[in-house]
Design a protein around this ligand. Structure first.
Ligand SMILES: Cc1cc2nc3c(=O)[nH]c(=O)nc-3n(C[C@H](O)[C@H](O)[C@H](O)COP(=O)(O)OP(=O)(O)OC[C@H]3O[C@@H](n4cnc5c(N)ncnc54)[C@H](O)[C@@H]3O)c2cc1C
Length: 390
C-alpha cells in the first residue's frame, strides 16, 4: 500500500539548505555500502581510543545529521526549525550504559526538567528507556518471577518510584510519557509496571504509553489482553507501536539458551503483525491512543487509511506519527503538511557519548537497504527540482 503524499520532496526538504541536502546525501550514500560502514566504525573507534581530535569532524557530519545537539540548549534551533513545519520534537538523551543509582536518579532529574521546559508546548512527549532508570539485571529477575533479596526488593521499589515520579509530573504538566522497549527478557516487568501506571495516570487523558515491538510473536495477543482487561475501566491505553530493534540479539540469545525465538521468522511475518496491531487498535480507538514509530511508508499509509475509515479527528491527539531525526523526512514533513500529528525523536548528548547511538543508525541504514535507496532517490529528485528552478 503506497501513499503518494510521501513523494513531495519540495515539502519534505523545505527546511534544508543545499549544503544540508548535500551532507545528508553523502552520509546516506556512504552508509549504503556495508564495507565502508564496517571500516569506518573500526577507524572511528581507533581514533577515539587514541584521543585523536576528531570531535569537530563527527559533530559537523553524522552527529549533525542524526542529533539535535550536545545539550538541551543546542537543540533549540532544531526544535524551532521543526516547529515551523508543524513537527514536534521528543528530546531523547541518547547516552547509553548508565548503571549506577546516581545515574538513574540523574535521568529522572533530567526528564523532570525537560517536562518543566514544556511551557510553550513544544514537547508533547518525553521518552526514556527502562534501563536508564533501573538496573537491567533487576528487570530481568522480576520478569522471570524470581524471588528478590531484601536489598533488591528495596531497589525495585526505587525503580517503581522513578516511573511514578516521571508520570506524576507529566500528568501535572500536560506532557505524555513514552516508555521505550528493549530486550524481551526484561519486558514482562515493564509491562507489569505499565498496567499500574495506566490505572493511576491514564484516566483523564493518555499520560503514559508502553512500547509494543511487532517483531515479537506474542505482541498482538498482548494488545488484545490489554483491551480485555481495561475495556470496562475508564482509562486510555497508550501504545507506541514499532517493529523492534534488537532482532539479532534476541535470536542469538534464544539459540544459545535453547528456547523458541520470540521473534517472527520473517520480515513479512513482522509486517503482517505490525498491520494487525494497527488494525486492531483502530477497531478499539476509543480505548487506545496510538503512537506509530516507523520509517515504513506502507505502515504509515495503513494508519492514514484507518484514520479515514474510523473517522478519527487528526487534531485530537489520539494518533501520532513519529520518525527518528535525520531519517525519513519525506514521511514526517508530508504527514505534518497534510495535518497529521508528527513528532521526531531528537537524540542529544555529548558527542563522544552518543557514538553508540550513531553507529546503530549507520548499521540500521545499511541493513535496511530499500529504505536507504529510497532516501537517496528522493535527495536526487530534490536536487533536480531545485536545479530546474535556477
Ligand atoms: C519513533 C521511533 C521510536 C522507536 N522506539 C523503539 C523502541 O522503543 N524499541 C525498539 O526496539 N525499537 C524502537 N524503534 C526502532 C524500530 O523498532 C525499528 O527498528 C526501526 O524503526 C526500523 O523499522 P521500520 O518499521 O522503521 O522499517 P522497516 O524497514 O519496515 O522494518 C525493519 C524492521 O523489521 C524487522 N525485521 C527485519 N528483518 C526481519 C526478519 N528477517 N524477521 C523478522 N523481522 C524482521 C526488524 O524489527 C527491523 O528493525 C523506534 C523507531 C522509531 C521511528
Amino acid at each position: 500500500m503506497q501513499n503518494k503524499i510521501f513523494n513531495n520532496t519540495e515539502i519534505a526538504f523545505k527546511n534544508k539548505s543545499f549544503l544540508d541536502l548535500l551532507r545528508a546525501y553523502l552520509i546516506f550514500k556512504i552508509i549504503s555500502f556495508p564495507v565502508l560502514v564496517t571500516i569506518g566504525k573500526y577507524v572511528l573507534l581507533l581514533l577515539l581510543k587514541a584521543k585523536f581530535p576528531i570531535k569537530f569532524l563527527i559533530k559537523s557530519s553524522i552527529f549533525k545529521q542524526f542529533c539535535g545537539g550536545e545539550n538541551e540548549d543546542e537543540c533549540k534551533k532544531t526544535i524551532d526549525n521543526l516547529r515551523t513545519s508543524g513537527i514536534y520534537s521528543i528530546l531523547d538523551y541518547s547516552v547509553e550504559g548508565l548503571v549506577s543509582n546516581k545515574s538513574f536518579d540523574n535521568t529522572v532529574l533530567r526528564t523532570l526538567n525537560l517536562i518543566k521546559l514544556n511551557t510553550s508546548n513544544n514537547f508533547p512527549f518525553i521518552v526514556f528507556k527502562p534501563t536508564a532508570i533501573g538496573e537491567f539485571k533487576l528487570y530481568e529477575k522480576v520478569s522471570s518471577n524470581k524471588k528478590l533479596s531484601n536489598k533488591e526488593a528495596i531497589e525495585w521499589g526505587s525503580v517503581i518510584n522513578r516511573f511514578n515520579l516521571i508520570c506524576e509530573s507529566a500528568l501535572k504538566n500536560n506532557v505524555s510519557v513514552l516508555i521505550d522497549a528493549e530486550e524481551s527478557w526484561i519486558q514482562a516487568s515493564v509491562d507489569e509496571i505499565f498496567e499500574n501506571l495506566i490505572v493511576k495516570y491514564n484516566s483523564e487523558r493518555t499520560t503514559v504509553y508502553n512500547t509494543v515491538q511487532a517483531y515479537r510473536v506474542d505482541r498482538l495477543n498482548y494488545i488484545k489482553y490489554l483491551q480485555n482487561k481495561f475495556e470496562s475501566k475508564k482509562v486510555y491505553i497508550g501504545i507506541k507501536l514499532v517493529r523492534g530493534a534488537y532482532m539479532e540479539k534476541e535470536r542469538e540469545r534464544s539459540y544459545k539458551l535453547n528456547y523458541a525465538s520470540p521473534i517472527h521468522n520473517s520480515k513479512n511475518d513482522t509486517d503482517v503483525c505490525f498491520n494487525d496491531c494497527i488494525n486492531y487498535m483502530f477497531e478499539h480507538i476509543n480505548l487506545f491512543s496510538i503512537f506509530i514509530g516507523t520509517h515504513n511508508e506502507e505502515s504509515n499509509a495503513l494508519a492514514i487509511k484507518n484514520i479515514k475509515n474510523h473517522n478519527v479527528n487528526i487534531k485530537d491527539g489520539k494518533v501520532w506519527f513519529s520518525q527518528l531525526y535525520g531519517m525519513s523526512d519525506h514521511i514526517s514533513y508530508n504527514l505534518s503538511f497534510n495535518g497529521y500529528r508528527v513528532a521526531k525523536y531528537l537524540p542529544f548528548g555529548p558527542v563522544k557519548d552518543v557514538i553508540p547511538y550513531l553507529l546503530r543508525r549507520a548499521d540500521e541504514n545499511t541493513s535496511i537497504e530499500g529504505q536507504t535507496s529510497r532516501e537517496l532517490l528522493l535527495f536526487k529528485k530534490e536536487f533536480k527540482r531545485r536545479k530546474s528552478l535556477l
